[in-house]
Design a protein around this ligand. Sequence first.
Ligand SMILES: NC(=O)c1ccc[n+]([C@@H]2O[C@H](COP(=O)([O-])OP(=O)(O)OC[C@H]3O[C@@H](n4cnc5c(N)ncnc54)[C@H](OP(=O)(O)O)[C@@H]3O)[C@@H](O)[C@H]2O)c1
Length: 307
Amino acid sequence: MADPKKLVLLTGGNSGIGLEACKILCSKGYTVVASVRSDEKGDSMVSAVRASNSAADIHYMICEMADPESIRTFADEFKKKWLVGGRRLDVLVNNAGAIYDYPERQVADVNPEWEKTMIVNALGPITLTDLFVDDLKETALEKGDARVVMVNSSITTMMTWMFKEQIDFDDVMLSKPGAYKSSQQTYKLSKMALMMATLALSEELQDTSVKFNSICPGLIPGTNISNNRQSQRGTAYKIMFGLLAMMMGKSNLDGGQFIVNAADGTQGTTRGMFYVRDKLTSPNPQVAVADNQRRMLKILRDLAKSV
Ligand SMILES: NC(=O)c1ccc[n+]([C@@H]2O[C@H](COP(=O)([O-])OP(=O)(O)OC[C@H]3O[C@@H](n4cnc5c(N)ncnc54)[C@H](OP(=O)(O)O)[C@@H]3O)[C@@H](O)[C@H]2O)c1
C-alpha cells in the first residue's frame, strides 16, 4: 500500500511543548496520534491543533504512563488501529513527563514501593519504546529511517562537579529510607535513568536504521510541568526562577520545534546522542558508562515485567 503520510506517535500531546510539536508536525503533513490521559484532554488537544490548522491529521488515544499495564493496552490498541494495511510507525516521541514537587515522596498506584517520577519519566517511556521496537525495525527496513525521540533534560548535566547525585542501581525506585531527598533530585535521577536506558536501547539497535535522539528543550517556563507543585518555596526562589526564565527561557513553540528537529530528520544519529536545544552535548558522567546503560535497561525491563 502507498503510505499516505508519515505516522508519529507522541506521548503527552495535550500540553506544553508536546502540544506545540503536534501542531508543527501536522503542519508538515504528518499524521499525529498523541497520548493523553482523558477524553476531555484529548478533545481539547484536537481542537487546539485544528484551530491552528483546520486540515490537521491529529488524533488521540488514552494512556497512563505511571502504569505499565495501561502502556501495554495502549500499545496493543494503537497497533490494531494504526499499524494495519501495511502502514508503518515512522516516529515515536516520548515527551510525557512530570515532576512531583511535593514535600514527600510520591508513589504510583501500581506499586507503593516505586517513586512516581521514576515510573513516568523512565520506566514508562522505556516500556513503551520496547513495545514498538519490532515495528520501528520494520519501518527502518522498508523506508530506511525510523526515529525515537526521548525528551530528556539538561538538569542531568548541569554542574555535575557540584550536584553529584548518582543512581543507586540497587534502589532505582528510591525505596530505601532516606533515598528520596527532593523532587528536583528525583527528577534529575529519573532523566538520568531514561538516558542510560535509551543509550543501551540504541546500542541494541545499532545495526538497524532506527535512530535515537535524546533532547532537552532548555528552560520553558510556560508549560504545565510545574503545576504538580505543593512545596512551599520561598519568595527568593520564585524571584530567582522568574528572572532566570526571563533571561534564558524559550516559548512552548520553541520547545515543540526542538522535538520536531529530532523527529523530522534535521538531527539524527543511531546512538542516542543528547541535544540540548540544537547543541550536541555530552551526557552526565555516570550516564556515559556503557555498563551502567545496559544495567539500567535491564532493571527497567525487569520492573516493567513485574507488574
Ligand atoms: N518545561 C521545561 O522547562 C522542560 C525542560 C526540560 C525538559 N522538559 C521535558 O519536556 C517534556 C514535556 O514537558 P512540558 O514542560 O511540556 O510539561 P507539561 O506542559 O506539563 O506537559 C507534560 C505532558 O506529560 C503528560 N503527563 C504527565 N504525567 C503523565 C502520566 N502519568 N501519564 C501520562 N502522561 C503524563 C501531561 O499530561 P497531563 O496534562 O494529563 O498531566 C502532559 O501532556 C517532559 O518530559 C519534561 O520533563 C521540560
